[in-house]
Design a protein around this ligand. Structure first.
Ligand code: ATP
Length: 609
């Protein structure tokens, strides 16, 4: 693709269907974007394509237009699709993205003037109804184009009444994500269920690692299309996106985040946290902090309109509603707290700021997160927090991956103005022990997630500053977890403030508080019994020592020494049980979640985020 090349729709090397061209212009797409100019002629002309182009460059229309053209050509030749047949399948990793692609597709199809052959699409995604309901809708409305997530798509295609033989195009949007271990089995099974002679298109902003897998999907002589950015700093992020980082102690992250969100000018921002529990927790914390900011005459007073939260453990309806409300508002300063469920593909208008409280575990996702801002030629900026020490190497690590980050300037941050943050956080936690439980869960999930970083030489759980991290979450004690061995000067009982009285720390929820009190009684009883057993054992040992004095070692009954060993073993086991009982409380939820996740991998590998 040459610089200064004519990008009008009319300059494509073949003529688009007239109503389609009219539709594009009516929708405000007056000319092609570079990736569309390069891809549409190839993909429409029966070539398999592997397309890499920066975020927000218009990849969606690069495949939707060729699919619509193929569907129309099929109808022209065969008069219509038979019942149970369809013409194109688009698969992508998240439900939100699938619904967004369907919206883009429908916006074009509405312009089809042929009353006899209505064109439509259907979303086939997990979390909405069930596959039987999907098939019923499909048979009733006979859509020609399907937009699906991998698990549900596979189930759907395996239903007897769904016929795949007319499918001519198979698109993998966010192909690198689809072909990684979480989804690859479903995706290759889907490909096998579709006709051999179908065309395949793979699209992503970060696709370099998957080319070898293209052949496994059944691609024949795929054309590789790479559309780079004009940016001087990176050719894999848009030129209009400024990429910044800030070195900040975990203990100061909340304060800095509050400063940025209250003093920076932006319309919509997205703040990424590593796990679902972190999103839920910090969403609640931030709502409280913002109330405090509003109440006081604090230096950082600013008109934040609304916070939203999004993650994979929320019900799909509520996720869709949240995104809808967040996207629809025309007011300033709307902020979405999210996991990586909103990292790829989402096209939210006027998003001009992305903040990453931590880098993503997969470095490729960094580009996708930042790419939610500065889309379609608009400007935007992203800020990444890095902790001092090893994490500072991330800047060089990303530079080697062709992404250059600059230190954040113009941050007139005065820590003293934000002293109230930690105080308020602790006060807020004191109101309800349930809040502290949530903080502990979020803390544990954070550490677990940290251990999953691909760049394991930079992100080491052994190098984390757990004391600073504890301040970020506001917790009063360290949870029991295997990583405690890395905490220097680990305090007695994990208590961060030794004077803190956990026994009188209450739940607001009456039922929970009653259970806690009953538990406390139970524990006290168990300890008493254990203490008595210990004393008894000590007495037995004393007696044994006395009798040993009177007998020589060779006359010592072998039976006795075995019994002594056994009871010592029993005592150790009992101590371990008590210990693991406590351990369990912090880990139980994570283990359950892990099991659930394992069961759910087929339907959606994004559930963890
Ligand atoms: N030809 C065009 N003219 C003007 N705007 C366009 C054109 N094509 C697409 N856009 C707009 O550009 C934005 C980004 O498009 P799209 O979501 O397809 O990007 P993408 O390359 O798929 O991004 P990502 O890699 O983040 O998924 C959308 O708001 C879309 O409406």
């Amino acid at each position: 693709m040459q610089k200064g090349q004519d990008l009008s729709w009319g300059s494509l090397p073949y003529s688009l269907i007239p109503w389609l061209q009219e539709a594009l212009i009516s929708l405000g797409y007056t000319k092609t974007t570079p990736v569309q100019a390069s891809t549409i002629p190839m993909f429409s002309n029966n070539k398999d394509v592997i397309v890499q182009a920066v975020t927000g460059s218009g990849k969606t229309l690069s495949y939707v237009i060729p699919i619509v053209e193929k569907v129309c050509a099929f109808i022209r030749n065969e008069s219509s699709f038979k019942k149970g047949h369809f013409g194109g399948l688009i698969v992508c990793p998240t439900k939100e993205l699938a619904l967004q692609i369907k919206t883009v597709t429908d916006s074009l199809l509405e312009f089809n003037p042929d009353e006899r052959h209505k064109l439509s699409s259907q979303a086939v995604v997990g979390g909405i109804g069930n596959v039987t309901a999907d098939v019923q809708l499909f048979l009733k409305f006979r859509p020609q184009i399907l937009v699906a997530t991998p698990g549900r798509a596979l189930e759907f295609l395996q239903q007897g009444s769904v016929k795949t033989s007319s499918c001519q195009v198979f698109v993998l949007d966010e192909a690198d994500k689809l072909l990684d271990s979480g989804f690859s089995t479903e995706v290759s099974l889907i490909s096998k269920l579709l006709p051999r002679q179908k065309r395949i298109g793979m699209f992503s902003a970060t696709i370099s690692t998957i080319v070898d897998q293209a052949f496994r999907m059944g691609m024949t002589n795929p054309i590789r299309i790479t559309v780079k950015s004009d940016s001087l700093e990176s050719d894999i992020t848009p030129a209009e996106l400024s990429l910044n980082y800030d070195i900040v102690d975990s203990s100061q992250k909340l304060q800095k985040l509050l400063h940025i969100l209250t003093t920076f000018q932006f319309k919509r921002a997205i703040v990424y946290f590593p796990t679902c529990t972190c999103v839920t927790y910090f969403f609640a914390v931030f709502n409280h902090l913002l109330e405090c900011v509003e109440r006081t005459n604090s230096a950082c007073r600013a008109p934040i309109v609304k916070l939203y939260s999004l993650h994979g453990k929320l019900h799909l309806d509520s996720r869709t509603k949240t995104l809808q409300q967040f996207s629809d508002t025309s007011e300033y300063k709307h902020i979405l707290f999210s996991t990586d469920v909103a990292a790829r593909g989402l096209d939210i208008p006027d998003m001009d700021l992305v903040v990453q409280v931590d880098p993503p575990t997969d470095p490729d996702v960094f580009v996708h997160r930042c790419g939610r801002a500065a889309r379609a030629g608009k400007s935007g900026s992203s800020i990444l927090f890095l902790s001092p020490g090893l994490e500072e190497n991330y800047v060089e690590f990303m530079r080697l991956r062709n992404v250059s980050l600059r230190p954040l300037s113009q941050l007139e941050f005065k820590p003293d103005d934000y002293n109230f943050v930690y105080e308020q956080l602790q006060k807020w936690l004191m109101v309800d022990r349930g809040r502290h439980d949530k903080a502990i869960r979020a803390f544990v999930s954070y550490v677990k997630c940290y251990s999953k970083h691909v760049a394991s030489s930079i992100f080491r759980v052994s190098s984390l500053n757990y004391w600073n991290l504890a301040k970020l979450f506001g917790i009063f004690r360290f949870p029991k977890m295997p990583e405690n061995k890395f905490i220097h000067d680990f305090p007695e009982g994990g208590l961060i403030d030794q004077s803190f009285d956990f026994d009188s720390y209450k739940y607001l929820n009456e039922q929970k508080e009653m259970e806690r009190l009953a538990d406390m009684k139970d524990q006290a009883k168990k300890l008493e019994i254990a203490e008595r057993k210990k004393q008894k054992l000590a007495q037995q040992q004393k007696n044994a020592a006395w009798s040993a004095q009177s007998k020589s070692m060779k006359h010592l009954s072998p039976d006795f020494s075995t019994r002594a060993k056994q009871s010592q073993k029993q005592r150790l086991l009992m101590d371990e049980e008590l210990e693991s009982g406590e351990l369990e409380s912090d880990w139980k939820e994570l283990i359950q979640a892990k099991k659930k996740q394992k069961r759910g991998t087929i339907s959606n590998a994004f559930e963890g985020i």
